[in-house]
Design a protein around this ligand. Structure first.
Ligand code: S3P
Length: 168
């Protein structure tokens, strides 16, 4: 079976940019779960959160994971919350290798300092919220991951490390 590569990690860890580099290097197609949800629902992630709430978004995310897991030999870049849910891990792992892009919290905080697109970060105590989420999520990501890659590097370098690790 031509396994998918599933990119996992916290918001800002570089799933999208690493995915683009990986696509260039490998020739595999790249699908982003958030972009897929936005396209199939004709709304942005922020609009979905605002209008219907997070729980509804998680249902759409689950559906996206189920549908995308039917593909073969593609790169699937997941939203930062996706692989904290066992049901999503289960369907994606069936046909893919889950790769955690591991980036330290301090680096993520710096990268996301001015972010306006992520609904979970639009709050005055962003740093504290990120720390709490990060501590809660890291163990779940690690449990889900087949491979952990150091993501505190250039997107190209991270992509090369992923290709090497998934080939061996
Ligand atoms: C989320 C991360 C976002 C997006 C949504 C929720 C999360 O994706 O799915 O805002 O729960 O961490 P990115 O990780 O691509 O920012």
């Amino acid at each position: 079976m031509n396994k998918n590569i599933i990119l996992c990690g916290f918001m800002g860890c570089g799933k999208t940019t690493v995915g683009e580099n990986l696509k260039k290097k490998s020739g595999m197609n790249l699908i982003d779960t958030d972009a897929y949800i936005e396209k199939t629902n004709n709304m942005t992630v922020s609009e979905i959160f605002e209008k219907y709430g997070e729980e509804y978004f998680r249902e759409l995310e689950y559906r996206a994971c189920r549908e995308l897991s039917q593909k073969r030999g593609v790169i699937i870049s997941t939203g930062g919350g996706a692989l904290t849910f066992e049901r999503n891990v289960k369907v994606l792992k069936d046909t893919g290798t889950i790769v955690l892009i591991d980036v330290p919290l301090e680096v993520l905080k710096e990268r996301l300092k001015y972010d306006k697109t992520r609904p979970l970060l639009q709050r005055p105590d962003r740093d504290r919220a990120m720390k709490e989420l990060y501590e809660k999520r890291m163990p779940l990501y690690k449990k889900a991951a087949d491979i952990v890659i150091n993501g505190d590097n250039s997107p190209l370098q991270v992509a090369i490390s992923i290709l090497t690790a998934t080939k061996s």
